[in-house]
Design a protein around this ligand. Sequence first.
Ligand code: ZN
Length: 345
Amino acid sequence: MKAVYIEEHGGPEVLRYGERPEPAVGDQDALVRVRASALNRLDTYVRAGARGQRRKFPPPLILGGDSAGEVVEVGPGAPERLVGRRVVINPRVSCGTCAFCLAGDDDLCPGFRFLGSNRDGSYAEFVSLPAVNVHVIDDGVSFEEAAAAPTVYLPMWNMLIRKAQLRPWETVLVLSASAGVGGAAIQVAKNVIGARVIATTSSREKAAKALEVGADHVIDYTAEDVTARVKELTGGHGVDVVVDHVGAKFFEAAYNSLKRGGRYGVCGVTTGYMTQLQLGTLFTKQLRVFGVFMGCKEDMRQMVDALNRGIIKPVIHQTLPLEEAAQAHRLMEGRGFFGKLLLRV
Ligand SMILES: [Zn+2]
């Protein structure tokens, strides 16, 4: 089959487009003919061997996590009814047998594997994975939209719905709205929960798009003081919840924007992972800082239902053919996009 894989770490030029063997289908597995695969920051870290993503080669590694396609075959222990269905896949494969998995907290599974990171991924014509990781999508949802969803919406389900329990009468600050996670955070806060959304971004064009996606207010962090502007927009109170997927660079400004009793969720550290935490305000203002990484199977089930009903709709910046994966990685490493970058397979 055709696939995009790496045999060494490096820049976008190490991405090879060529032939790889079709994956084996295990007893409980589904074999998916991939139609669209979405890029995530993780893909670029794996390619570069950065942020704990160094691999031993050989064998080559096929990159790619998020994807959607059609089930063409299932193992003898997997449900036959999946064959022929259009599906989106959950790229995080948990062990299913540890204490966390048994409790339904499979987002905490220590034995998890991630497609395109420590097992072959979805920048390929076929991907094989446990059938429990495959979810049927409605005809109204395109393969591109479905593929764009899991890695950006799952952390938001986990963070805003399950952990922070954001309420319709509350206000959330979403950092860097132009990234895939930023757009997902705005939609979950607005369309699913009904909360008020303040988003930050870096240009007038991106601000207009953030408003289009559902933000009530946008702060240009290159021109405005984020903390002061948040205070102004909230009558001096601050926000109830912060969604932080960027880390070090904006932590202080966002942390200082929290209301008493506020919750600060972290699901990514693209600008750096070291920062200082003011422990005095942490306890006197009774704040909560917490992290999420992807979501559990039940988050995925709910997210796919919302996708099928059109409550959420991933923002797609551009779709490129699979063979142009290197160009897609270059785009991702720049800052000139709003929403998700996809590969058509
Ligand atoms: Zn487990």
